[in-house]
Design a protein around this ligand. Structure first.
Ligand code: NAD
Length: 418
């Protein structure tokens, strides 16, 4: 069926679900799974489109297109973030929901896969309009959401404050007082310690667990694409661990310093100026040059389809760690595997976010509040264990870490479906 939004979105974003299905196809060449099981995984359980009317500050009514895709709940309630972005459309959300189902299975948490979004540029909305949109998204979907049914969380451009509005709206409609319908809330509204930095912190634990076998040096040079929640926290964590972060970028462009950027100062600089460009001691760099920078570790932390068959041969890193979802296309993935450049896949590398979201959900339901130390100890244990299992699978089947992670996830989901 022709997608009505196809004309409106860039081709590379439109391909995300196709890419996810290609990955599923690749794993079937490495390990035998039931045909019926795979047929089921090629479609989400439910794929909902909504329209959200918002009364704008100038008095006009604007209708926004929103989505919730519930992909698979074999392991537990659907779980997955909500993205507010002008390019967001249903196929991107479907891909992200599919990856989320696998991600929960890779880290062994009792949650299924879901994802949501709204096609909107939130930077063009006032705070009041953004709140109305966020509450409107929940009003349209309140029947299918719930602590034991479907539990959303933040993703690109959605913040703890937005999560608090959404939880509040759900509570008003249903009377729910647990707050466990949504995770990534601010601390004083039932959020978990550590959730803000969990995605990057989780990526770091996975990196530490695999560093030796990937033959990475003690001090790595690091290039990071994207300077939002995932990317800026990663820069801070790798910097504080003694590594040299030489390039970072955001949607306006990147900066480079071969001796390493002073990340704490850069975070202050970006906060006060709103840009990375012009930071003392750095040179501006384009996104394409960023990907071609010689380094030990490249961390894509922005969007899908950044490393493709057209630029993959320029990549000069020893290892890629995917903090973004789907930044490497299946074609580029194959080339990187042949070139012996390991890719630590998104469904393992960025699973720290959903793992701490699960901890938040558990704390809300048990009416507990855990210390950051406890949260990160639990996270580290979960990710050390998953990283080792993924690596063992990859070695056993002589395949990539991505395929190792897919095998682990699919075996766990299949066992529950049977
Ligand atoms: P965010 O909105 O906080 O940040 C996105 C960043 O990417 C911004 O700095 C933006 O300027 C930058 N960006 C946009 N286009 C770019 C481009 N072309 N080149 C370089 N930078 C660009 O979003 P986030 O939460 O950090 O999410 C980033 C990625 O991480 C997404 O793929 C998301 O799905 C994934 N992720 C996030 C979480 C989480 O907990 N936030 C969890 C798992 C995965």
């Amino acid at each position: 069926m022709q997608n009505p939004f196809q004309k409106l979105v860039p081709k590379q974003i439109y391909n995300a679900f196709e890419n996810a299905m290609k990955q599923l196809e690749s794993v079937s060449k490495i390990k035998k799974f039931d045909k019926e099981f795979f047929a089921r995984l090629r479609e989400p359980d439910r794929d909902i489109r909504i329209s959200i009317p918002v009364k704008m500050d100038n008095g006009s009514i604007k209708i926004f297109e929103g989505y919730r895709v519930e992909y698979n709940n074999a392991l537990g309630p659907y779980k997955g973030g909500i993205r507010f972005h002008p390019n967001t459309e249903v196929n991107e959300v479907k891909a992200l929901a599919f990856w989320m189902a696998l991600k929960c299975a890779v880290v062994g948490i009792p949650m299924g896969g879901g994802k949501g979004g709204v096609t909107v540029d939130p930077k063009k909305l006032s705070k009041k309009e953004l709140e109305k949109l966020s509450r409107g998204w929940v009003r349209r979907l309140s029947d299918i959401l719930g602590p034991h049914k479907d539990v959303p969380a933040p993703d690109v451009n959605t913040t703890p404050e937005i999560m608090a509005w959404m939880a509040d709206e759900y509570g008003k409609i249903t009377g729910d007082k647990t707050g466990a319908v949504i995770t990534g809330k601010p601390l004083d509204k039932g959020g978990s310690e550590g959730r803000g930095t969990a995605t990057a912190q989780g990526g770091f634990y996975v990196f530490e667990a695999l560093k030796k076998e990937l033959k990475l040096p003690k001090v790595c040079t690091v290039v990071i694409q994207g300077f939002g929640n995932a990317g800026s926290n990663a820069a801070d964590i790798w910097y504080n661990a003694g590594h040299k972060v030489i390039v970072v970028s955001d949607s306006k462009g990147g900066i480079y310093n071969k001796n390493g950027l002073d990340i704490p100062k850069l975070l202050e600089y970006k906060k006060s100026t709103g840009t990375l460009s012009g930071f003392s001691g750095s040179k501006d760099i384009t996104n394409q040059k960023l990907l071609a920078t010689e380094c030990d570790l490249l961390i894509p932390a922005a969007f899908e389809n950044e490393i493709t068959n057209t630029n993959v041969n320029k990549v000069k890193t020893k290892v890629i760690l995917e903090l973004a979802n789907g930044p490497v296309t299946p074609e580029a993935d194959e080339i990187l595997f042949k070139k012996n450049i390991p890719v630590i896949p998104d469904i393992l590398a960025n699973s720290g976010g959903v793992a701490v979201s699960y901890f938040e959900w558990e704390q809300n339901l048990k009416k507990e509040h855990w210390s950051e130390k406890k949260v990160f100890e639990k996270l580290k244990k979960l990710l050390d264990d998953s990283a080792k299992k993924v690596s063992t699978n990859a070695k056993k089947s002589k395949t990539s870490l991505r395929m190792g992670a897919f095998i682990l996830a699919l075996e766990r989901i299949q066992k529950k479906i049977k």
